[in-house]
Design a protein around this ligand. Structure first.
Ligand code: C2O
Length: 583
């Protein structure tokens, strides 16, 4: 079996291993310390500190950074309940990728799981390297068990800020395959205006493997089953069992120094949950949204939906001591309650004093947003103006959930227009277009909008569901022209669009029974997913694709192992919402 480029590169492996050790030490991970091995299985290590290393050289000089990763099962108990998790290098959350703009990164991912997997680099533009985007069924086949895929791409020299990576095969990331990606640049407007920086990773957590929960969610028959509330509520997503800050339900602590400005990089790595983040007694100045530097609005609380990122500046200028850090799970946005869920996830921030485990500080007393939507446009004004060019193409889509009886049983599936997406795990749409070019015709489970030439695309989406949904566009930063209630009415709703330095980001929340209008430049060759980032909803079909510049796609130098891993998928074409490829 050809395992691709790594076998011939032992020094790369060594460099990667050395890097992992250095990274682990830098993060203060006691590899193997403190946590007992459970039976024959490895136990997950949880970092206790997420303060970034201040000695990282932020520079215009670029380099290549090598990472050697193994994705595997392991036991862990992030919230005290032990379960099987899926992890990278036995760490949870997974390893930090920290780079400068323009760096090349080489991440060799070895799949030690019993199922296929892929890793996606959320928010990376990947101009010219769409086949490194890591999207199962779109840009690659799942990496079969026992094989590796080397992700090699250059961070765009004009891209900086806070990103993350995660598995992009069915709902796999829910089980723990995720971690932070930080891009530094002297060109970032906020550069030099803070003293230290720390990661604040928020996620929701389940006691069961996502594959089983997904089967229940999708095959939901609406019949009465005392043991499974999900079965009784068609279309209701499994509610999580707990919430985590930096991989821990309790005890995540930030040990800061007094009178410094800290950049907190908030990242929501959840599957379902919007969080509202705050720190008692400390104002937060919002300086970044999804990689775009913004004019710092000061807030007490910042709502952050699935897959979004904000950087906020916090100044340690209050009375020395410990303060509650709060990541409040917005369970009001769930369709189904979990009565056992504690929605107030707490951490501790301490400076100039001995840390107290449970600070007595009080929550801000202003009202909660409570409506499951984003910070508004006036709080997200980009520092660097970039006026949207006039659009040359308008794409109108709707999203909805519908009951179907398609495959014998009843199911609630997600639809973009009339298409409920299903990953083609043996013939990703990128490979289809690579082979056939503009003549490609896609199967009925793929909604693909093609632009043969560079177009400025307006994407208008109506949400026919009562819940709000966090949508992400791969490979682009879009202008957020407008958000509204009801349906977008062409000829009338345009008055609500803002062309004057609108927010730019890569993930936005579409309100329940509402619409959004975004604009992006279709100049990035490849197949780019646009999907709801709620893991359950993407797996249920809420994904469409943009295919830009087919003639350039045909000129890609796609590594041979991509095609080989597709043909090693058993049984020809496998359409799957779940993930059990390659057993
Ligand atoms: Cu965070 Cu399709 O991605």
């Amino acid at each position: 079996m050809d395992i691709g480029p790594v076998a011939s590169l032992p020094c790369l492996v060594l460099a990667g291993l050395a890097f992992v050790v250095v990274l682990a030490l830098a993060l203060g991970v006691g590899l193997g310390l403190g946590l007992k091995h459970h039976s024959s299985r490895t136990y997950v290590t949880t970092n206790s500190s997420f303060i970034l290393d201040p000695s990282f050289q932020i520079s215009n000089a670029t380099t290549t950074r090598y990472y050697e990763w193994t994705v595997s099962e392991a036991s862990g108990a992030p919230d005290g309940y032990e379960r099987t998790m899926l992890v990278v290098n036995n760490q949870f959350p997974g390893p930090l990728i920290e780079v400068n703009s323009g760096d090349q990164v080489v991440i060799n991912v070895f799949n030690s799981l019993p199922n296929g997997t892929t890793i996606h680099w959320h928010g990376q533009w990947q101009n010219g390297t769409n086949y490194m985007d890591g999207t199962s069924g779109v840009t690659q086949c799942p990496i079969p068990p026992g094989m590796n895929y080397t992700y090699r791409f250059t961070i765009d020299p004009n891209q900086y800020g806070t990103y993350w990576w995660h598995a992009h095969a069915s709902t796999q990331y829910t089980d723990g395959i995720y971690g932070p990606l930080v891009i530094h640049s002297p060109a970032e407007p906020v550069y030099g205006s803070y003293d230290r920086e720390a990661l604040v990773i928020m996620s929701d957590w389940y006691h069961d493997m996502s594959s089983g929960l997904l089967t229940q969610y999708l095959s939901n028959a609406g019949i009465d089953d005392q043991n499974s509330p999900i079965y009784d509520n068609p279309g209701a997503e499994p509610p999580p069992d707990s919430g985590l800050i930096n991989g821990q339900m309790i005890g995540s602590s930030f040990d800061f120094k007094p009178n410094l400005r800290y950049r907190l990089r908030l990242i929501n790595m959840a599957t379902l949950t919007e969080f509202v983040f705050s720190v008692d007694n400390h104002m937060l100045e919002v300086v970044e949204s999804d990689g775009t530097s913004v004019v710092g609005a000061a807030v007490h609380r910042a709502p952050i939906n699935v897959a979004q990122r904000y950087s906020v500046i916090l100044t340690t200028n209050q009375t020395l001591g410990s303060y509650n850090v709060r990541a409040e799970m917005q369970d009001i946005c769930y369709k189904l309650d979990n009565p056992n869920l504690d929605t107030m996830v707490l951490g501790t921030l301490t400076y100039g004093a001995t840390a107290v485990a449970t600070p007595s500080t009080q929550n801000w007393n202003d009202a909660y947003p409570g409506d499951c939507i984003d910070l508004n446009a006036t709080q997200l004004v980009p520092v660097i103006e970039s006026p949207p060019p006039n659009s040359t193409m308008t794409v109108s889509v709707s999203m909805s959930f519908q009951q179907t009886f398609a495959s014998g049983g009843q199911a609630t599936l997600g639809y973009m227009n009339n298409t409920s997406w299903e990953a083609d795990s043996a013939d990703p749409t990128l490979m289809q277009m690579y082979k056939a070019g503009a003549q490609t015709s896609f199967s009925q489970s793929q909604l693909v909008v093609v632009n043969d030439d560079i177009q400025v695309i307006d994407l208008i989406m109506d949400n026919y569901d009562d819940s709000s949904h966090p949508f992400h566009l791969h490979g682009h930063t879009f202008w957020l022209l407008g958000i509204g209630d009801g349906s977008f009415v062409p000829g009338q709703s345009e008055v609500y669009l803002n062309y004057n330095n609108p927010p730019r980001r890569d993930t936005l929340t579409v309100p329940g029974y509402g619409w959004i209008a975004i604009r992006f430049i279709g100049d990035n060759p490849g197949l780019w997913a646009f999907h709801c980032h709620i893991g359950w909803h993407m797996a249920a079909g809420l994904l469409m694709q943009f295919a830009s510049l087919p003639s350039r796609i045909q000129q890609f130098s796609i590594p041979d192992y991509l095609g080989q891993q597709c043909s090693s998928q058993s049984g020809g074409t496998i359409l799957n919402r779940g993930i059990s490829i390659g057993r």
